[in-house]
Design a protein around this ligand. Structure first.
Ligand code: PRP
Ligand code: URA
Length: 206
C-alpha cells in the first residue's frame, strides 16, 4: 500500500529541495520539515492500549502507543529523516542500516547492521529519502524480517514507480509513505525529476 502525502506544505518544501541551487544546510532543513509532516500519517494506524488517566477533575480512559518503536535510517541519507522522527517519537530506539548502492550493478552493498536483539514486538520504521530501483528498501526489509520484525513501515521522500512496484512485489505487507511519486528512473538508476544524490546533497559531495 502506498500512502502519497499530497499537501501544500510538503509541495512547498519539495520544490525547494529539488532545486539544484539548494545548499546542504537548507536541504537538511527542508528534508527535516518533510519528515516531521510524514510522522502523523506513518503512525496513524499504530496499535494503542487503553489506559486510565486521572485529570485534575476526574478519571477517564486515554490511549497509549502499545508497541515499542524502532527507527531504522538507511545510511547515509536516511539520517536526514531520523532526527525529525525522533523529536516526535522521543521514546524510539534508533537502529542503523548501512548500505551503499553499487553504481554499476545498482545493487545495495551492506556495510553496517546495528539493531536491538528483538524487534518482533516493535513498530519498525525504515527511513530513506529515496526509493529508486527498490533494491535498498527490499534488502532492508529482508534483513529486518530475518530478525523477526513484523510491524514494518517504509518512509521516503521521493519514490519511483519502479521502486514502489518492486517493494510491493517483495513485501506487500509493508506500507510505504512518501511525499511524492516521480516519473521514473534514468539509465543510471536515478529518479527523474528527482533531486539527485540525496546523501551528497545532505552531507556534501565527498
Ligand atoms: C541512495 C538512497 C537509497 C538508495 C536508493 O543511497 O539513499 O538508500 O540510494 O536506491 P535504490 O532504491 O536503487 O536501492 P546510496 O546508496 O547512494 O548511499 P548514501 O545514502 O550513502 O548516499
Ligand atoms: N539514490 C539517490 O540518492 N538518488 C536517486 O535518484 C537514486 C538513488
Amino acid at each position: 500500500m502506498t500512502d502519497l502525502q499530497d499537501h501544500p506544505l510538503i509541495s512547498d518544501r519539495m520544490a525547494k529541495l529539488r532545486s539544484v541551487d539548494c545548499p546542504p544546510q537548507d536541504f537538511r532543513r527542508h528534508v527535516a520539515d518533510i519528515a516531521r509532516l510524514l510522522v502523523l500519517p506513518v503512525t496513524a494506524n499504530f496499535k494503542t492500549d487503553d489506559i486510565s488517566v486521572t485529570t485534575p477533575l476526574t478519571t477517564m480512559t486515554g490511549r497509549k502507543i502499545a508497541r515499542p518503536i524502532v527507527l531504522v535510517p538507511i545510511l547515509r541519507a536516511g539520517l536526514g529523516l531520523s532526527e525529525a522522527f525522533l523529536q516526535m517519537l522521543p521514546e524510539a530506539n534508533v537502529a542503523h542500516y548501512g548500505m551503499a548502492r553499487n553504481e554499476e550493478t545498482l545493487q545495495p552493498e551492506i556495510y553496517l547492521e546495528r539493531f536491538p536483539d528483538d524487534v518482533s514486538k516493535s513498530e519498525v520504521i525504515i527511513l530513506d529519502p529515496m526509493l529508486a530501483t527498490g533494491g535498498s528498501a527490499v534488502a532492508a526489509v529482508d534483513g529486518l524480517k530475518k530478525r523477526g520484525a513484523k510491524h514494518l513501515h517504509f518512509v521516503c521522500v521521493v519514490a519511483s514507480p519502479e521502486g514502489l512496484q518492486s517493494l510491493e512485489a517483495s513485501h506487500p505487507d509493508v506500507p510505504v509513505t512518501t511525499a511524492v511519486v516521480d516519473d521514473g528512473l534514468n539509465e543510471k538508476g536515478y529518479i527523474v525529476p528527482g533531486l539527485g544524490d540525496a546523501g551528497d546533497r545532505i552531507f556534501g559531495t565527498l
